[in-house]
Design a binder for this molecule. Structure first.
Ligand code: ADP
Ligand code: MG
Length: 248
């Protein structure tokens, strides 16, 4: 009885002690019958980890990210994020579930007709943060990503690296427990790529769990993080302090 009660209490509060923050069990995803985009994927990620996901184009990396965001549901298998059973999550609970996830993409996805401040504030308005809080939180996160002083710029007045930092600020302003980045440096030169990766590492050092899909071999090999390699929908390797594995 006590056990049951404590289990229920844990469920209500989200993630249980010692429970992975991301858990996939026997996950399969097929978009069209017979061709699996993910093939029996099993994945445990603990709170506070920094994980790279690498692999050829078409190997299932973005599909995996979309399952974690509940943009997709698996064909079969279980997905838990932050203690939530994502597969069973009711549609009306999806927006609240996503508040705990920050996301950045290769193509930034900023609002082109809004300035930097408004692009970041927008994420706070969606969750109905009071203006008084927004006026504190937005400048604080913009200074974290090195963009204090650029509040009024429009996206097209910024470099690619600066635009990605705005996207990162927007992803982080609501203080998510997990940050998912799908090829965040895909459109950036090496210097800006490193600046974004350094920021992701700093965010991770402050406690956020970070998952980064990337093709940047040099950065993966230099950073010595956990590296998960995918091939044709299968996790073919998962190494602590790993390296970018060559094609065979
Ligand atoms: P990656 O991000 O590693 O490049 P994806 O997860 O985007 O790989 O794609 C994995 C496989 O699923 C590929 O074969 C791709 O063509 C297929 N796929 C991805 N999205 C769709 C979709 N919306 N409809 C049909 N097939 C898709
Ligand atoms: Mg992809």
């Amino acid at each position: 009885m006590n056990y049951l009660r404590s289990t229920l209490a844990r469920r209500r509060s989200g993630l249980g002690e010692n429970e992975p923050i991301i858990l996939m069990e026997n996950v399969n995803k097929s978009y069209t019958a017979g061709v699996p985009a993910l093939n029996n994927v099993n994945l445990h990620i603990n709170k506070g980890e920094f994980v790279f996901i690498v692999g050829d184009s078409g190997s299932g990396k973005s599909t995996l990210i979309k399952l974690l965001l509940r943009e997709l549901v698996p064909t079969s298998g279980r997905v838990y994020v932050n203690g939530t059973d994502v597969v069973r999550l009711k549609r009306r609970h999806v927006p609240k579930f996503r508040r705990n996830l920050g996301v950045v993409f290769q193509d930034f996805r900023l609002l082109k007709d809004r300035n930097v401040y408004e692009n970041v504030a927008f994420a706070q308005r969606i969750i109905q943060m009071p203006n008084r809080e927004i006026r504190k939180n937005v400048p604080s996160i913009l200074s974290t990503v090195g963009l204090a002083g650029k509040y009024k710029a429009r996206p097209k007045q910024l470099s690619g690296g600066e635009q990605q930092r705005v996207a990162l600020a927007r992803a982080l302003v609501n203080k998510p427990s997990i940050l998912l980045a799908d090829e965040p440096t895909g459109n950036l030169d090496p210097k800006n790529s490193w600046e974004i990766m350094d920021l992701l590492e700093k965010i991770n050092n402050d406690g956020t769990t970070v998952l980064v899909v990337t093709h940047n071999r040099e950065i993966v090999n230099a950073m010595r993080k956990r590296v998960i390699t995918m091939k044709k929908g299968i996790i073919v390797s998962d190494e602590e302090e790993g390296e970018y594995i060559d094609e065979d």
